[in-house]
Design a binder for this molecule. Structure first.
Ligand SMILES: [Zn+2]
Length: 183
C-alpha cells in the first residue's frame, strides 16, 4: 500500500507499507530511494503514519544523500544543447522583435548558482552547460525565463505575467527544475 506524507515545508515523503510477520514497525530505505515500512496485521495506518512522521528528519537526510550519489541523467550533448537553445531563441525572437529587442549574443558556460543569465543592456544571454542534464521542457523554461528579462529585469509579478505568455506551465516546470541537483 502506497502512502504519502505531506511535510510542513511543502515537500512530501512517499512510502509503502508492507505487511510482514514483524513485532515492531521498521523503516527501510532502498538505494533507489524507495521508503517502506514493515508492519504486521495489527498495526493501524495512523500508527504507521505517526511512526514515519517521527523519522522524517532521518528520511530526508538519507534521501538527499542518495540524490547526490545518483549520477544525473544526461538529456543532451553540449552540441545538442546549444542547438536546442538556439532553435528556441529563434522561435521566441519574432515576438521580442516586435517589442524592439535585437537578437542577443548567446553564450554557454558552466555555472553553479543559476541556469541562465540575461544582460539586457549588453544583449547577452548566457546558459548553463549543466542544462545538458535537464529535460527539453526545462530548457524551454530557462530560455523563456531569460528572454523575459529583456522586458522585465527583476522577478516581479509583471515578470511572471510576461513569462506566462510564452511558457504557460512555467510553475510546473520550475518545480521539476528545483528537484535537479548538479554537483
Ligand atoms: Zn531570472
Amino acid at each position: 500500500m502506497k502512502k504519502t506524507l505531506l511535510l510542513q515545508d511543502g515537500t512530501s515523503i512517499s512510502y509503502e507499507i508492507r505487511v510482514k510477520p514483524v513485532k515492531n514497525l521498521n523503516l527501510h530505505l532502498e538505494n533507489d530511494g524507495t521508503v517502506w515500512v514493515s508492519a504486521n496485521q495489527r498495526h493501524l495506518e495512523k500508527e504507521i503514519e505517526e511512526f514515519v512522521c517521527s523519522k522524517t528528519g532521518w528520511i530526508t537526510r538519507h534521501l538527499a544523500g542518495i540524490k547526490m550519489r545518483t549520477p544525473p541523467t544526461r538529456y543532451f550533448s553540449e552540441e545538442a544543447l546549444a542547438e536546442t537553445v538556439r532553435l528556441y531563441c529563434d522561435k521566441l525572437f519574432p515576438y521580442y522583435e516586435t517589442k524592439g529587442i535585437s537578437y542577443p549574443k548567446i553564450k554557454f558556460r558552466k555555472m553553479t548558482s543559476q541556469w541562465g543569465n540575461c544582460r539586457p543592456k549588453q544583449g547577452i544571454l548566457t546558459f548553463n552547460k549543466n542544462l545538458c542534464f535537464v529535460s527539453k521542457e526545462c530548457v524551454w523554461y530557462v530560455v523563456c525565463h531569460e528572454w523575459t528579462h529583456f522586458l522585465v529585469p527583476n522577478h516581479s509579478e509583471a515578470f511572471y505575467r510576461e513569462l506566462e505568455k510564452i511558457c504557460a506551465d512555467y510553475q510546473e516546470i520550475r518545480k521539476q527544475l528545483k528537484g535537479v541537483y548538479i554537483q
